[in-house]
Design a protein around this ligand. Structure first.
Ligand code: NIG
Ligand code: FE
Length: 414
C-alpha cells in the first residue's frame, strides 16, 4: 500500500471544482467547506469531507493537523520563463531613467542580454539556478509551473533550456510543463534576415523539439517590433502541425492583433493582454481561449492592468501567472499576484482562487490532473496562515503558506 495522509481540522477548505476552465459567473463558484478534512492516498485526493473523519477512515494514514487554517489546492503558475542565465540588475538604472522596455531590447539589451548569458551557461548551471527558483516557488505555495524556453534562440540553446526543464521535472517535486518559445526575439545573427530565423524555427527547431517530446506548447512574442501577427501565425501553425498547442504573448504593450490571432487559431491561452481591445476580448470568447493575466508584470513595468472585469463579463476564463523572468518580472510570488489581482483587476477572492488553481491548470493542459481538491486529482494543497480567502488577498509581502503538500507529501513548511 502506498503512502496515505489525512489532513484534519481544516477551518475552511476552499476549492474550485471541475476538469476544465471556468469563466464568467462560474469563475467565482468555489466550494467552501467549513470544518473539513482531506484524505489522500498514493499521491491523489481520496476524499474531501465535513467534520472529522472516523477512526476507520484514518486507519493507515499519517495525520497532519491543519489547526483550523484555510486549505486550498496547490497554486498553478501558468506562465514563467523559468530557465535563464544571469540576471539583469544592471538595467535597473536605465529603467529608472525612463528608457522603455522595448528600446532596451532594440539596442541589444533586455531579452537579448539574457540570451547571451543563457547561451554561455551549461545545462547544469541552468538547472541549479532554476532549481533555486522552484524551491522558492514551492515554499510560496506553487506546486505546478509552466516553463518557457526563448533565451536560446537557436536549436542547441533552445534544446538546452528545455532539457534543463526535463531534468528538473525528473528531480524536483514541482510539476513542470514545457513551452517552446523560440520566437521570443530576433537573435543578433539574424538581425538582417527575419525570414531566415523564421525558417530556422519552422523547419528545424519546432520539428526537433516536438520529435524529442521536449515541449507541449509553442508560444510567440507577438508585439510591435518583435514578431508580427503574420509571422506569429506562421510559427503557431507550424507548431500545430507538429502537435504543439498554441499560446501567445498578446497585446502586452501594443494591441497589434495578438488576441484576435489567439481567437482565430483557438489557442489554449493568450497571455498579458494589457493593451487588449474590445475585438480581442470577443475573439478570445469565440475561440474558447483562456486569458492568462500577469499582474506582477504590469506592476514592474509600470503599465496599466489588463481589463479583467471585462473578460469576466464576456465569459472568458482568467488564469493568473507570475511571468517570472529576469527582465519584466524578476519575482515569482503568486501570492503577490493575488493581492494585485484583487486591487487592480477588482477580481473577487473566489475568482482569484479559480484563476491561480483550476484555470491556471487548464491553461497548461493539466485541469484533469490538478487545480482542484477532488477525488482522483493530485493531492496538491496549501495550508495557509489564514482563515479565509479574503485574508490571502488582503495581506501582502510576507509568505502566508504555512505548509505545502505535493502529491500527498509535506514538501515545504511544517
Ligand atoms: O513575458 N514579453 C516577453 N517576454 C517576457 C519578458 C522577457 C524578458 O524581459 O526577459 C514577458 O514579459
Ligand atoms: Fe512572459
Amino acid at each position: 500500500m502506498g503512502a496515505r495522509t489525512a489532513l484534519i481540522n481544516i477551518g475552511l477548505l476552499a476549492t474550485p471544482q471541475g476538469l476544465s476552465a471556468r469563466g464568467g459567473g462560474a469563475q467565482s463558484e468555489v466550494q467552501l467547506l467549513q470544518d473539513a478534512y482531506l484524505l489522500m492516498a498514493d499521491g491523489l485526493v481520496e476524499r474531501v469531507g465535513s467534520g472529522s473523519p472516523s477512526r476507520f477512515d484514518l486507519a493507515g494514514h499519517e495525520v497532519i493537523d491543519a489547526r483550523g487554517a484555510l486549505v486550498t489546492p496547490g497554486l498553478v503558475d501558468a506562465h514563467t520563463h523559468l530557465v535563464f542565465g544571469g540576471w539583469r540588475a544592471h538595467e535597473l538604472q536605465l529603467k529608472l531613467a525612463g528608457v522603455p522596455y522595448l528600446d532596451i531590447l532594440d539596442k541589444g539589451g533586455g531579452i537579448l542580454d539574457t540570451v547571451r548569458q543563457t547561451r554561455k551557461a551549461s545545462t547544469g548551471a541552468l538547472v541549479d539556478k532554476a532549481r533555486q527558483a522552484l524551491d522558492g516557488m514551492l515554499a510560496l505555495g506553487t506546486t505546478t509551473v509552466e516553463a518557457k524556453s526563448g533565451y536560446g534562440l537557436d536549436l542547441d540553446n533552445e534544446i538546452k533550456q528545455l532539457e534543463a526543464v526535463k531534468q528538473l521535472q525528473e528531480t524536483h517535486p514541482v510539476d513542470l510543463v514545457s513551452t517552446l518559445m523560440a520566437a521570443h526575439a530576433l537573435p543578433p545573427e539574424y538581425k538582417e534576415d527575419r525570414e531566415g530565423f523564421l525558417r530556422l524555427i519552422i523547419d528545424t527547431i519546432i520539428p526537433e523539439v516536438a520529435g524529442r517530446g521536449l515541449a507541449e506548447f509553442c508560444d510567440v512574442f507577438c508585439e510591435q517590433g518583435v514578431f508580427t501577427v503574420t509571422e506569429s501565425r506562421r510559427v503557431l501553425e507550424a507548431a500545430a502541425r507538429h502537435g504543439l498547442r498554441a499560446k501567445i504573448h498578446a497585446d502586452e504593450l501594443h494591441a497589434i492583433g495578438g488576441s484576435e490571432l489567439a481567437g482565430e487559431l483557438g489557442a489554449v491561452s493568450a497571455e498579458h493582454l494589457i493593451a487588449m481591445r474590445d475585438s480581442g476580448i470577443a475573439a478570445l470568447k469565440t475561440g474558447g481561449v483562456i486569458a492568462c493575466l500577469l499582474p506582477a508584470t504590469s506592476f514592474y513595468l509600470h503599465k496599466p492592468y489588463a481589463r479583467a472585469r471585462d473578460l469576466v463579463t464576456a465569459g472568458v476564463p482568467i488564469a493568473l501567472g507570475s511571468d517570472f523572468n529576469p527582465g519584466s518580472c524578476p519575482g515569482y510570488s503568486l501570492q503577490l499576484c493575488m493581492n494585485l489581482a484583487s486591487w487592480h483587476y477588482k477580481l473577487s477572492p473566489q475568482e482569484i482562487l479559480t484563476a491561480v488553481t483550476l484555470n491556471g491548470a487548464a491553461a497548461i493542459g493539466r485541469a484533469r490532473q490538478t487545480g482542484s481538491l477532488e477525488p482522483g486529482k493530485l493531492a496538491d494543497a496549501v495550508i495557509w496562515e489564514a482563515d479565509s480567502l479574503d485574508f490571502l488577498c488582503y495581506r501582502f509581502g510576507s509568505n502566508l503558506a504555512r505548509a505545502v503538500i505535493k502529491k500527498g507529501r509535506l514538501v515545504a513548511g511544517a
